[in-house]
Design a protein around this ligand. Structure first.
Ligand SMILES: [Zn+2]
Length: 174
């Protein structure tokens, strides 16, 4: 099947009968909600998008995306490249009730008036894939981790730790 250029909007109602494949890229600098998590907004997201209708009549949208974003390491404060790949399957519904009835392999998306805004969907997925605390892998970071001294953690086991103290504070009453 021929790939069509990635559109800005997809009218799911009109495409529901026919399968279609799209391919294209979106600029990261156009994604204003994602931008605050990034060190730099350079780069682009490569997107493959397929639409179709399954045997039960569910309109679906499969998205495969790939990008490299520039994040700031929260340990050494230097920028680093973070690769994101994702492959997800959305089932299009028009209400919460329809979402509950959807087959479990779909992530429900409530589409207003059948219109799907492609960039919003891609940006949502990238935001979900951002690390909670961006950091270099340990060996690549300029800041070396201190060697962990585990001896303090053992104290609780031999009765000298905080639980022993609690017992002393609260003697058994008889
Ligand atoms: Zn670092």
């Amino acid at each position: 099947m021929k790939n069509l250029p990635l559109p800005q909007h997809i009218n799911m109602l009109r495409l529901s009968e026919h399968a279609a494949n799209f391919h294209g890229s979106l600029l990261i600098k156009d994604m204003q909600r994602l931008a605050p998590s990034l060190y730099s907004d350079e780069g682009a997201v490569i997107v493959d998008l397929s639409l179709g209708t399954d045997e039960e009549g569910t309109r679906f949208c499969r998205v495969q995306l790939k990008t490299d974003v520039i994040l700031q390491c929260q340990r050494c404060m230097e920028p680093f490249t973070y690769g994101i790949m994702s492959d997800f399957l959305h089932g299009m519904v028009s209400s919460e009730r329809e979402a509950e009835a959807l087959a479990t392999h779909y992530e429900p998306v409530i589409v207003q008036d059948g219109m799907l805004i492609v960039q919003d969907m891609i940006e949502d997925e990238l935001i979900l894939k951002m690390p909670i605390v961006p950091m270099h892998p340990d060996l690549e970071c300029k800041v070396k981790l201190p060697v962990v001294d585990a001896s303090w953690a053992k104290e609780g086991e031999d009765g000298q730790g905080p639980f022993k103290v609690l017992k002393l504070l609260k003697p058994e009453t008889k």
